[in-house]
Write a protein that binds this ligand. Structure first.
Ligand code: ATP
Length: 371
């Protein structure tokens, strides 16, 4: 893509603010009210890529649709830039959407599909041609212009959908599970392509997905939703390394939950008793709601536990060892409680077999103490 195009596209990008937004649907079958989105606050900064992630039915699509204008909030406000868009129809919001289904016009060729939004906007023919050609080139669609959508692969069609979305230079790009129809390998490469494009153009973007690795890979910030509320938001690193609840820890990646008793603080470390042994865990910030001498839970990622035959914090017995090449996954019984441990680079580390007595040491930096 030429620098000139890069400079020009995305220039009108602006932030999005949701203030105390609620959406209540009346259920058609029972007539009862259902709160799909419950008083959420969210600020997407200018040029930022934010992903909404959460289980099915948590309110992700409804939130996206309220920004697009296809749904109106029951209460609260939606701002795009400095404009309250509560009463603004979708086509006047300066947004573009990319859908899972591509939503291309089957009777138009690729070039016409991409140029469509500019034609509707009644742009002069010369600028329309210039801009469409620039985006065709940018999206590596040169040579495909005269084909029709059904003559392209899924990945190529999604690239056309993306081209069609960016050509109108939207303030905000909204993605609704755009890669779900692609196979795993193509999905990964499209994901990287999409992120590179978003960064290059600096377009404020909101992305909805079920797929946690996709969310981790493409986002500046991940917002985890459950039952219509935001449970946690933060960079992919914060969400993975400092989950604020068991739900988030379990939803993003794998997690072990080790029950213990909180025995108090030692400076900035929490003293936690597990199976009669007290271990010290550094804690960032406050200890949430954990009470002294009350129950607590250590949240530990499988790759944040080291195994040794000789020494360590917690004794256990290997009940399963599965070799995957890049890693060995162990199940280690801590008393009656199975703990999953992943050891990467198995060529370089001590190996264990079913029945072996081992010690586990938690890599402190990656452990969270939760209620
Ligand atoms: P998924 O990942 O499965 O797409 P989601 O997180 O995007 O789920 P939403 O589509 O936002 O979830 O739906 C949230 C809740 O609101 C769901 O329980 C859904 O059944 C309900 N809902 C959505 N649209 C309507 C509607 N038009 N009328 C009634 N209920 C609705």
């Amino acid at each position: 893509m030429s620098n000139q195009t890069t400079d020009r596209l995305g220039k009108k990008s602006s932030g999005v603010i949701l203030k105390d937004v609620t959406k209540i649907f009346q259920q058609p079958d029972t007539g009862k009210d259902f709160v799909a989105v419950d008083h959420i606050n969210l600020h997407i900064q200018d040029g930022e890529m934010v992903t909404l992630l959460g289980p099915s039915g948590c309110g992700k699509t409804t939130t996206l649709r309220m920004i697009s204008g296809f749904e109106y909030p029951t209460s609260g406000s939606v701002m795009i830039g400095d404009r309250d868009v509560a009463k603004v129809p979708p086509n006047k919001r300066g947004i573009s959407m990319v859908f899972q289904s591509y939503a291309l016009f089957p009777h138009l060729n690729i070039w016409e599909n991409i140029a469509y939004g500019l034609k509707v906007a009644k742009m002069s023919q010369s600028e329309l041609v210039e801009r469409t050609n620039a985006v065709v080139e940018m999206m590596q669609l040169k040579g495909f212009e005269r084909r029709f959508p059904n003559q392209l692969s899924g990945g190529q069609q999604q690239r056309v959908a993306l081209a069609r979305a960016v050509v109108i230079e939207p303030s905000v790009l909204l993605f609704d599970e755009p890669l779900s129809n692609l196979d795993a390998k193509l999905r990964e490469s499209m994901r990287d392509e999409l992120r590179a494009l978003q960064k290059r153009l600096g377009i404020t973007s909101l992305y909805v997905t079920h797929d946690q690795s996709e969310a981790m890979a493409i986002s500046d910030r991940v917002v985890i939703m459950k039952d219509g509320v935001i449970c946690q938001e933060g960079s992919p690193t914060e969400i993975y390394e400092q989950p604020n609840s068991r739900f988030v820890a379990n939803f993003i990646g794998k997690a072990n939950f080790i029950e213990g008793t909180f025995r108090g603080m030692d400076g900035t470390s929490a003293l936690v008793e597990v199976g009669g042994k007290t271990i010290s865990i550094p804690v960032p910030g406050s200890m949430l709601d954990v009470q002294k001498d009350g129950p607590c839970c250590l949240t530990v990622r499988p790759e944040s536990i080291q195994l040794s035959a000789k020494e360590g914090q917690l004794p256990g017995r290997v009940s399963r060892a599965t070799y995957y090449g890049a890693k060995v996954e162990y199940e280690v019984m801590l008393g009656e409680h199975p703990i999953i441990v992943e050891v990467y680079n198995p060529q370089l580390t001590e190996r264990f077999a079913e029945g072996d007595e081992v010690y586990m040491t938690l890599i402190n930096r990656c452990v969270r103490v939760l209620r």
